[in-house]
Design a protein around this ligand. Structure first.
Ligand code: HEM
Length: 204
C-alpha cells in the first residue's frame, strides 16, 4: 500500500480494537462538536492524506517526536521482542523472529542489525519523516524502498500474532519512551491498524 496516500486514515478497523475504542469515541465526539463553531468557512481545509496528526501537537508523529525518539522506540521494539521470546518462546509471536538472518524464507535474509536499521527507516518514513535516514552505524537506509509484502512472505504471521506484536511489543515501546496514550491512539495506531497495511503482513 502507498503509505502517503490516504490509506492510513481508515477508522473502521482500528475502532474495532478495544484498546483504542474509548479514545476513538472521544475523537469522534470532538470532531462532531467542532462543526457547531460557525467558523467553518475560515478554517483550513481538512488534511486528506499523509500520516495522522497527534492529539498533543496537531502535527504528524514524525514532526512531533523526531528522529531521536523514533530510534529509541525502534530499539525498545527489538528489546521487547527479545524479552518476549525469552519469556514465552514462540507462544505469542510465532517463530518468525527466530528465522531472522537465515534466508529461509528469503524474507529473512537481512541480518538482525540490518533488520533493526531497516525497521527504523521504515517507521520514520511511514510516520511522515524523510524517505531515508542516516542510522547510528553512519549508513543510509531507505524506508520508502521497503517492500512490506516481500518481507513478510513465508512467515505465515497470524492475526493473533500481529495484534500481540502491536499491543504488547509496539505500544509498550512507545509509552516506555514517553509517548502518551492519546498520541498512541491518534497518530501511531491508525498507521499499523489500517486494513490495507495489516493485509500486507498477515497470512503471507
Ligand atoms: C507494526 C507491524 C509491523 C511492521 C511495521 C513491520 C515492519 C517490517 C519491516 C520494515 C521489515 C523489513 C526489514 C528489513 O528490511 O530487513 C520487516 C521484516 C520482518 N518482519 Fe515485520 N513488521 C511488522 C509486523 C511483524 C510481525 C507481527 C512479525 C512477526 C510476528 C514480523 C516479523 C518480521 C520478520 C521476521 C522480518 C524479516 C527480517 C529479516 O530481514 O530477517 N513483523 N518488518
Amino acid at each position: 500500500m502507498d503509505l502517503h496516500n490516504g490509506g492510513l486514515m481508515s477508522m473502521t478497523t482500528w475502532m474495532t480494537r478495544a484498546s483504542f475504542l474509548l479514545v476513538a469515541s472521544a475523537a469522534a465526539l470532538v470532531s462532531a462538536c467542532s462543526g457547531s463553531s460557525g467558523a467553518a468557512d475560515t478554517e483550513p481545509p481538512a488534511k486528506t492524506s499523509g500520516p495522522p496528526a497527534c492529539k498533543s501537537s496537531g502535527k504528524n508523529a514524525w514532526e512531533t517526536y523526531g528522529q531521536k525518539a523514533f530510534l529509541a522506540v525502534n530499539s525498545s521494539i527489538f528489546a521487547n521482542v527479545d524479552a518476549e521470546m525469552k519469556a514465552n518462546g514462540t507462544k505469542n509471536l510465532g517463530n518468525s523472529f527466530n528465522l531472522v538472518g537465515t534466508g529461509k524464507p528469503p524474507a529473512t535474509h537481512d541480518s538482525p542489525a540490518d533488520f533493526e536499521a531497516e525497521l527504523a527507516a521504515f517507521l520514520v518514513y511511514a510516520y511522515g519523516g524523510p524517505s531515508s535516514i542516516t542510522y547510528t552505524d553512519g549508513r543510509s537506509y531507505s524506508g520508502s524502498g521497503i517492500d512490506i509484502v516481500y518481507f513478510h512472505t513465508g512467515l505465515n504471521i497470524t492475526t493473533d500474532q500481529y495484534d500481540y506484536f502491536v499491543m504488547s511489543i509496539v505500544v509498550p515501546a512507545l509509552t516506555s519512551n514517553g509517548v502518551p496514550m492519546d498520541d498512541v491512539s491518534s497518530c501511531f495506531a491508525p498507521v499499523v491498524t489500517a486494513p490495507a497495511f495489516v493485509a500486507d503482513i498477515v497470512g503471507r
